[in-house]
Design a protein around this ligand. Structure first.
Ligand code: BG6
Length: 511
């Protein structure tokens, strides 16, 4: 498509952010103080929240870890990682300079606690260090989530007394299938109320993902088309150029389906497909999402394609096969690519297929949801048969491009009435000032102020696993080797066939 660009009205330019108030005084306890998540995402997000004046003077950060350390050494370690962001202009979270005042504010409020959360005496020591409002953030491997919940519960640290809140933030993966996610939810709910548990899906922290709801429900003209009468199908893509890198030990037992589908891809899909909630509060939004997830039919294993990258080249960079990565078995059957077709039984979506795919080492980096509308019924143009009219589609570009692209047909200049597909594009950077953002700012702030709208409820998680469970169960019955694809391509041929057999094509990734 050519790129005819429509600029939004200038009255939209640089709208200041809505005046948000600083969060209430509280202590944020992070388990996993030395981990990658803390250093690369949580600390930069806190730094940005301080810059936006959204943390209160009575904020305290306790970084808990078994690793030896003290306040000074931890601060140096955090600073080193922050400085990496100032050096690499191409880095996603590029930060030109670290503001001294903001950084000092953060480190003055941050303390290192050497403690082992499996040790009762250490947890009791932690209990003596906190009072009032406390958020416990589990930035640790998934196998420790229920352990931390248990330990905090046993020590009375999750009891909410005298108007103070106690919250527990858990990261994905939430279990590895329906059974284990139910068990994890049960274990956490034995120690805390659902309203105290904040299950993070970091895709919901992305502005562009939140904008899907703003676009759909803040504009009156699209919703009438958002149904089976006008929608042909919907595609969700999360294509990455990176490989498994140093994460083999985590990825090997996980694979692309569990890593990305019931969490991130379903989050994207449900933002696009959910019915309008009555208000933008946590229960309304999550209940509408739940209604959609429950309408999704369990996937049919024959509608699932698994792939694994073989050696190849991604954007000019030579890449070794997945099986040669550190921590990966030489005969591994773990999938690094997955594509599937899903269907929903609902008044709105019955008969509209949803095609989802995600993979590592693909031809390009692109996360998007594309709503493909039905073809015009009849071509009035003499030389243009209806099957040559480009059907309209609307793409929510999540990353790296951030915006919305509308695919339409337009007349090619000249004496003939020839049509060509063109694009109308809205780009965030054209209309709004770019604020520093690593994607966790809104999520941390929302948790501190008690707004769970962007977090997953227990039933959302279980309903998502229920959809993919038939595939997981089938794979568990024996070897099911994935199809190999050359690194730097768009996945195995079977993924293309999944759509071709329905007379459709995937949207291109690399362009
Ligand atoms: C994580 C997965 O949850 O999401 C990773 O574990 C994946 O494997 C990542 O690379 C993708 O997130 P983003 O924000 O980089 O698109």
């Amino acid at each position: 498509m050519s790129g005819a660009q429509v600029k939004p009205s200038s009255s939209y330019i640089n709208v200041p952010p809505a005046a948000a108030k600083p969060a209430p005084n509280c202590t944020l306890v992070i388990f996993g103080a030395h981990g990658d998540l803390t250093k690369r995402l949580l600390i930069p997000a806190l730094y940005n929240l301080i810059g936006a004046k959204l943390l209160p003077d009575g904020f305290r950060l306790l970084g808990v870890d078994r690793v030896e350390g003290d306040d000074t050494s931890w601060r140096y370690e955090l600073r080193d990682t922050m400085e990496e962001f100032t050096k690499d202009r191409t880095a996603e979270f590029y930060t030109p300079v670290i503001d001294g005042g903001t950084w000092n504010w953060l480190t003055d409020h941050a303390h290192h606690v050497k403690a082992d959360f499996t040790d009762d005496a250490d947890i009791e020591r932690l209990r003596d260090m906190v009072s009032g409002n406390v958020v416990f953030y589990c930035a640790v491997a998934a196998r420790f989530l229920s352990v931390i919940g248990d330990q905090l519960g046993k020590a009375g640290l999750l009891e909410q007394k005298d108007g103070a809140f106690r919250r527990l933030v858990v990261e994905k993966p939430f279990g590895a299938n329906l059974g284990s996610s139910q068990a994890l939810n049960k274990a956490l709910l034995a120690r805390a109320d659902e309203s105290q548990i904040y299950r993070i899906d970091h895709f919901l922290g992305k502005e562009t993902v939140q904008n899907i709801l703003a676009f759909r429900f803040g504009n009156g003209i699209f919703e009438p088309l958002w149904r089976r009468e006008y929608t042909d199908h919907i595609q969700v893509t999360a294509a990455e150029t990176v490989g498994v890198e140093r994460r083999g030990a985590f990825y090997e037992p996980t694979g692309a389906l569990c890593d990305m589908v019931p969490n991130h891809l379903f989050t994207l899909l449900s933002m696009v497909t959910t019915d309008p909630p009555n208000s933008f509060n946590a229960e309304s939004v999550r209940s509408m999402k739940q209604a959609f997830l429950e309408s999704l039919q369990p996937v049919r294993p024959e509608n699932v394609v698994r792939g694994q990258y073989a050696a190849g080249s991604v954007r000019g960079r030579d890449v070794k096969a997945y099986r040669e990565s550190p921590g990966v078995a030489p005969d591994s059957d773990t999938e690094t690519f997955i594509a599937m077709k899903l269907e929903a039984e609902s008044w709105r979506w019955s008969g509209v297929p949803f095609y989802l795919r995600t993979g590592k080492c693909m031809s390009g980096r692109r996360t998007e949801v594309v709503v493909h509308f039905k073809q015009a019924p009849y071509a009035i143009f003499q030389d243009t048969p209806v099957d040559r009219l480009a059907p309209n589609n609307l793409a929510f570009n999540i990353q790296p491009k951030q915006g919305i692209t509308f695919g339409i047909s337009a007349k090619v200049p000249g004496p003939r009435m020839d049509l060509a597909g063109v694009a109308m594009a809205f780009r965030y950077e054209d209309s709004f000032r770019q604020e520093p953002n690593v994607g966790y700012e809104t999520l941390i702030y929302d948790c501190l102020v008690g707004d769970a709208t962007l977090f997953q409820r227990a039933d959302n998680i279980d309903a998502s696993w229920a959809v993919v469970d038939p595939a997981l169960q089938q794979w568990a019955t024996g070897r099911s080797p994935p199809d190999l694809y050359v690194a730097g391509t768009d996945g195995p041929e079977a993924a293309a066939m999944l759509l071709r057999r329905d007379g459709r094509e995937w949207t291109s990734i690399a362009s």
